[in-house]
Structures are given as structure tokens and as C-alpha cells.
Design a protein around this ligand. Structure first.
Ligand code: ATP
Ligand code: MG
Length: 301
């Protein structure tokens, strides 16, 4: 991974840059290390899927990028702005205008007593968008989400898929350059989930929004250009499609070959997937040999 110290988020440098992130939660005397030296670079306008087992740190990472939580150590910049140097006021503004967030728990995304139109208008009230513009924008977004016929409904009168589509419209209300979605399709059936991914694709194309999406979808590598796998709080492998990566869609496309890489961090560390270590019978030590431009690993004993 190439990393620049003073990334400005402009042309050529990553829009999202996490370097050696650590997050330690302390509960009484117990410490939980949720992120341990995580690196991630995402270009402006790129769509990246994040996959990983439960508890591997996916939500922790998104919460940090959204400005809801601070890492215990490491550096994180979005659009060239150092999130750790922002004061509370600046962070609040960043949350309102620079990121859209879709929570893992559907019920957390919407106010139950507000209508669809009101839910989408609310973030724009917080940024003092004038009333007329607010309404126009909310209607336009809900049209894009295919919900023009549901403007007056409260969430309880919407299906799960409709609620998630409203949540996407809420997240996009202030035209944030970055959209963070934590398992937005986790509670939906396959057909509705595919529709939501298509909507993300439309948003990415039409607004140039950079999108990070956490998912358990086993076919996600066939639907986006880049999938990064998080394991024990650190990025371990990456799957890419050979041609384009700035896209996402609901249907599975198997025509382009996938390439899988093991990620090498700034200190030269790699994570070898556990199943491979077990297959090769490699325990705590391995023998390393370099020959013909290759590194080979063999069991130590
Ligand atoms: N507020 C918190 N206090 C203490 N521990 C936490 C807190 N939030 C997360 N953790 C712990 O940090 C680790 C990573 O949690 P995280 O929610 O990021 O996982 P995840 O990858 O999103 O999992 P899932 O797929 O189940 O949503 C877990 O061990 C979790 O128990
Ligand atoms: Mg989570």
C-alpha cells in the first residue's frame, strides 16, 4: 500500500486514509482490542466492500470514519482532513455535511414518529437549508429511491426494504461525499438487497459518492470492484476485479476474473489465513526462503 503523510484527498491521494489504527475498549478491568494496526486507503469515488467475521472490527472502523468514535492510536484522514485534530464543533459539522451513515440496526436510521419526507428533510434543517430547497431535494432523493408514493408514511407503515431506502435518502440528504453503510442489506431478502445495491450504484455514478459498505453477502466480490477482508481488527486480504472498480450493482457478474491479494502493512506484516497455515501445518514458526523472486514459507520444525 502506498501511503502519503500529508494526503490532501485531492487528485492522486486517497480520499479515506487510515494508518495503523488501534481501538481499545475498556470495560472495568477488561480491555478489548477491536482494531489492531488497521490500514485502509480508498480513492475518491471508489466503492469498497468490507467483509469479516462478527466481532472483527467492521462497525468500529465505520464509527471512527463517521466521527462517532475516536481511535486509541493511529491516523485517520478523510478528504485530507485529520479527524483526530477536529474540535467537537468541527466534528459535528463533519458528521452533518461530510458523511452519510446507515446503521446496522434498521430501527436506528429513522425517527418513528416522522414521515418519510420529514425524515429526509431533518438533516437539511440541521444544516439550515432553506425550506423550499429542502422539500425539493427530499422529493428528488425519494424519487431516486422509488418512494415518491410514500412521502407521508411513517416508518412502521413501510416494508424493511422501503425503510432502508428512506435511510439511504436520509444519509444522502446533505450531499455527503462519503457514504458509510453498515450492513444495509442484512435484514432484507435477496431481491430487495439487490435493489439496494443497485441504488448505491446509481448514487455512486450520479453523485460521485465514495462508498464503504460492510456486508456478509458471500457474492459481494462479484458485485463491487474491491472487497477488503478484516480479520481480528486488521485488513488481511483484498479481492479485486481486473477491470473497473468504481461500481456496485445488485446482480452477480462472473464475467470478469477476480484477483485475491494478501495485504502487506507499513511494517511489512502480512496475515496468512488460518486455513492455509493449518493446511501447511505451520505453527508458531516458519522457515522463509527467497528464490526466483518468490517467498516460500515452510513449517519451522
Ligand atoms: N462499545 C463497546 N464497548 C466494548 N467493546 C466493544 C464496543 N463496541 C465493540 N466492542 C468489541 O469490539 C470488537 C469489534 O466489534 P465490532 O462491533 O466492530 O465488530 P463487527 O465486525 O462490526 O461485528 P458484527 O459483524 O457482529 O457487527 C468486538 O469484540 C466487540 O465486542
Ligand atoms: Mg457490526
Amino acid at each position: 500500500m502506498t501511503v502519503t503523510a500529508n494526503a490532501d484527498g485531492g487528485a492522486g491521494s486517497p480520499y479515506v486514509l487510515c494508518q495503523d489504527l488501534f481501538k481499545i475498549y475498556k470495560i472495568a478491568d477488561l480491555e478489548v482490542v477491536a482494531l489492531r494496526g488497521l490500514d485502509l486507503a480508498v480513492d475518491r469515488g471508489e466503492v469498497v466492500a468490507i467483509v469479516g467475521a462478527s466481532g472483527s472490527g467492521k462497525s468500529t472502523l465505520l464509527n471512527i470514519l463517521a466521527g462517532y468514535d475516536a481511535p486509541s492510536a493511529g491516523a485517520v484522514t478523510v478528504g485530507g482532513r485529520d479527524l483526530l485534530r477536529m474540535g467537537s464543533r468541527e466534528i459535528e459539522e463533519y458528521r452533518r455535511s461530510d458523511v452519510g451513515f446507515i446503521w446496522q440496526q434498521t430501527s436506528r436510521n429513522l425517527f418513528p414518529y416522522l414521515s418519510t419526507l420529514e425524515n429526509v428533510s431533518l438533516p437539511m434543517m440541521l444544516t439550515n437549508t432553506p425550506g423550499g430547497e429542502r422539500r425539493e431535494r427530499a422529493e428528488e432523493l425519494l424519487r431516486l429511491m422509488g418512494l415518491s408514493h410514500r412521502l407521508g408514511h411513517t416508518p412502521e407503515r413501510l416494508s424493511g426494504g422501503e425503510q432502508q431506502r428512506v435511510a439511504i435518502a436520509v444519509a444522502l440528504a446533505n450531499r455527503p461525499p462519503l457514504l458509510l453503510a453498515d450492513e444495509p442489506t442484512g435484514e432484507l431478502d435477496d431481491a430487495t438487497a439487490a435493489e439496494i445495491l443497485d441504488l448505491f450504484g446509481a448514487v455512486n455514478r450520479e453523485m460521485g459518492t465514495t462508498i464503504l459498505i460492510v456486508t456478509h453477502d458471500p457474492d459481494i466480490a462479484y458485485k463491487v470492484g474491491r472487497v477488503v477482508m478484516i480479520r481480528d481488527g486488521k485488513m488481511s486480504t483484498e479481492i479485486r476485479r481486473r477491470v473497473t472498480y468504481q461500481r456496485i450493482r445488485g446482480d452477480v457478474e462472473t464475467d470478469q476474473p477476480l484477483e485475491e491479494f494478501v495485504l502487506v502493512d507499513g511494517s511489512g506484516r502480512v496475515q496468512i489465513p488460518r486455513d492455509i497455515l493449518e493446511q501447511l501445518n505451520i505453527g508458531e514458526k516458519a522457515r522463509v526462503q527467497i528464490e526466483d523472486g518468490r517467498i516460500t514459507l515452510r513449517p519451522g520444525e
